[in-house]
Write a new protein. Structure first.
Length: 520
């Protein structure tokens, strides 16, 4: 049963460089600790070539030459670890974050079961090349190892650069040339073995197993089996994440929106790339901006949180960035920004097959940007689509987010709903005066024009919300009157005179008459 492993050398450095492309190819060192105890925590190969060593003080390392310095970011390491898991999920659903002998997770290593993946992705060499390519797209310079058991694959990835495929049965011979440091052995055990003159996996594998157990216990037996390329074990697969997250700690507080958008663009590019790797999109984007507090004694961070809920799933970073720009222009942070955290909720990508005879509709992304621009101009509560409320009160509605219906659903709705008369509502209703005879309307006066009522239907009395201050009561009539503008002005014969059907009502609380609309 073949297994593959991905290892990211100098993981703390690459976790920062993946979001800062300008640092690629340059000597970079990561420092940790508070001044004056700041020391080098990690460095890439270019920095080590200049003489930088782990544990140096920052002052000592600065004498080595021109080196790019960055502080350690645990949040960026966590999101980089999640991105590394995404690389493995593109090939196999059974993946596990590697662990050392003390059952601690290794954030820079992941192992996956590729049994049965040959039919989809090709040979183990092809799968290893695909894993390295996907990692490179996310900004990682990774090592990939393939072997017959998980531990041998992990050792190959951590010990050899590039791609290493170990044929079945040759694990001990291939791994024997590796130094013991490639096994992630604890420092105490590694120092003891070096004093014994044991430096390679082959030398450690040649020691008597019983003697190793007597001196190091079961843990020593575990490490010796690793050096021999044996020790099969089942994987403990991880669940697919419910959300994708990227974060960035800024070197200096950012006040200008343009500079903030530059950092947001990098994070959105990474998130959208991770979504597209799984053929997913997002319907919700949550941005949390950490603000610089006015009071330095404040312990809790000050956050500025904005949430975008999209009407259609999207996976394009430019579209999401423009929406965030319009939203932040309307709701700017009240202080300089020191850190950014973006969380997206994954969902299935939008699929739509258009018919040959269906009318074209606006692109949902372009329509959403247009609505966002209008909203930023006229106000958030003035853009949307009216929706009727579940109430007997005429004209009761609320405004909600406008979503463009699918063309197919529009066609089905048009076919299922037969044509019917429409009442065109006047907003506001037109004030009128009505002459009554035996409590029935006989004439109506509106805009100083008096018209006789030819035919009427009613009354329909309704009321509601009598228990509140917004109570209402009305009496409705449908009346047929001569049209205000005849179709044939020169012909005044009654046969050619047009009529119109109106709805009028009387407000029973104020005893006032209104023309509510005309039937079309």
């Amino acid at each position: 049963m073949p297994f593959a492993s991905i290892f990211i050398p100098d993981f703390p450095v690459q976790a920062i460089v993946r979001q800062a492309p300008e640092l690629r190819g340059k000597p970079v060192a990561i420092f940790a600790g508070a001044p004056p105890l700041t020391k080098v925590f990690a460095a890439n190969s270019a920095a080590r070539a200049l003489g930088v060593e782990i544990g140096m003080t920052k002052l000592q390392a600065e004498d080595c030459g021109a080196i790019e310095w960055r502080g350690r970011s645990l949040s960026q390491e966590i999101t980089a670890q999640a991105a590394l898991l995404d690389c493995a999920w593109t090939i196999s659903p059974r993946i596990e974050q590697a662990r050392n002998g003390t059952e601690q997770h290794l954030p820079d290593t992941v192992v996956l079961d590729i049994a049965g993946c040959e039919k989809l992705f090709g040979s183990p060499q092809k799968i290893a090349a695909d894993l390295k390519h996907v990692a490179a797209e996310l900004g990682f310079d990774a090592n990939v190892g393939v072997a017959g058991n998980p531990e041998a694959a992990i050792c190959a990835a951590r010990g050899f650069s590039g791609i290493t495929v170990i044929p079945p049965g040759t694990e001990a011979a291939v791994l024997g040339a590796l130094p013991l440091s490639s096994l992630a052995i604890p420092t105490e055990l590694l120092e003891t073995l070096r004093r014994w003159g044991v430096h390679t996996c082959a030398e450690f594998a040649a020691l008597p197993e019983l003697a190793v157990i007597e001196r190091f216990g079961q843990q020593g037996q575990h490490w010796q089996r690793l050096s021999r390329g044996t020790g099969p074990r089942p994987l403990i697969p991880k669940d697919f994440p419910a959300q994708f997250e990227e974060c960035m700690e800024l070197e200096f507080p950012v006040e200008l929106l343009e500079s903030l958008l530059f950092a947001l663009n990098r994070l959105l590019d990474q998130l959208c790339l991770r979504l597209r790797m799984h053929v997913l999109a997002t319907s919700e984007v949550k941005v949390a901006l950490t603000l610089q507090p006015d009071d330095l004694r404040r312990k809790e961070p000050l956050l500025h949180i904005r949430t975008l809920r999209l009407p259609v799933p999207a996976s394009q970073s430019k579209f999401l960035l423009k929406l965030l720009q319009l939203d932040l222009q309307a709701h700017p942070p009240g202080a300089p920004v020191t850190a950014i955290n973006i969380v997206v909720v994954p969902t299935r990508s939008r699929t739509q097959q258009l018919g040959l005879f269906l009318p074209l509709s606006p692109e949902p992304e372009a329509l959403e940007l247009t609505l966002a621009r209008i909203q930023s101009t006229v106000g958030e509560d003035r853009v949307g689509a009216p929706v009727l409320l579940d109430s007997h009160r005429p004209g009761a509605f609320q405004q909600q987010r406008f979503v463009l219906p699918e063309a197919t659903s529009m066609k089905i709705a048009a076919r299922e709903c037969p044509p019917a008369a429409a009442l065109r509502i006047y907003r506001p209703a037109l004030p009128a005066k009505v002459e009554l005879h035996n409590q029935h309307p006989t004439n109506i006066v509106c805009f100083n024009v008096r018209k006789p009522i030819l035919v009427l239907a009613g009354p329909i009395k309704t009321n509601g919300e009598w228990w509140s201050e917004s109570s209402w009561a009305r009496e409705e009539w449908d009346v047929l009157v001569p049209a205000l503008y005849p179709k044939y002005p020169r012909d005044t014969s009654p046969k050619q005179q047009e009529t119109a059907l109106y709805r009028i009502y009387r407000d029973l609380l104020s005893n006032s008459w209104f023309v509510e609309g005309i039937y079309d």
